[in-house]
Design a binder for this molecule. Structure first.
Ligand SMILES: [Zn+2]
Length: 170
């Protein structure tokens, strides 16, 4: 379960609309609540949405071919792929650490596609993270969903708990 506020949802939706028709991406900074016994293991609390550039390029596409052989079509662009540059990840990590936070997940958008992970998303995903996907239809953020991997490296829906109005109001 991921706890977050309507401001977080709004920040992600706004970023996704701004980069349309390209995918946006960014880090979810927050806390894992696993230290507290009364709370289930996988509860995460989002504290800050940290936007990054979509660094997907033809070179990244080429480099990824070995990892996800069958999943990346030739000529994939930022309209259907995202990539967070390792230096951005590092900056995000430092920023989070300075505030006693962790990277708890990653968000990205699906322009004119449902808020459902692609095979490429799945093959590049990390088990510890929450993955928020926002669907942007013709420039307007329509649907936002959260996913995390199960033991078989398959995405399962992850519950979002908002402290104020629900994601449906986006
Ligand atoms: Zn995706």
């Amino acid at each position: 379960m991921l706890h977050l506020s309507s401001q977080h949802l709004q920040a992600i939706a706004t970023h996704a609309e701004r980069t349309y028709p390209e995918e946006c991406c960014g880090l979810l900074l927050g806390r894992l609540e696993r230290q507290r016994e009364s709370i289930p293991d996988d509860t995460r609390t989002l504290v800050e949405v940290w936007a990054t550039e979509n660094a997907w390029t033809a070179e990244v596409s080429e480099a990824m071919k070995d990892i996800t052989a069958q999943t990346i079509e030739l000529g994939s662009t930022k309209m259907s792929r995202f990539w967070i540059d390792p230096s951005d990840l590092l900056r995000g990590q430092r920023y989070a650490r300075d505030r006693q936070l962790d990277i708890i997940g990653i968000y990205h958008s699906h322009p004119d596609h449902p808020a459902v992970p692609s095979e490429c998303d799945r093959s590049l995903a990390w088990p510890q993270y929450s993955y928020i996907i926002v669907s942007v239809q013709q420039g307007s953020a329509q649907d936002l969903r959260c996913w995390s991997l199960d033991d078989r490296h398959q995405f399962q829906p992850e519950e979002l708990l908002t402290v104020t109005p629900s994601p449906r109001s986006l």
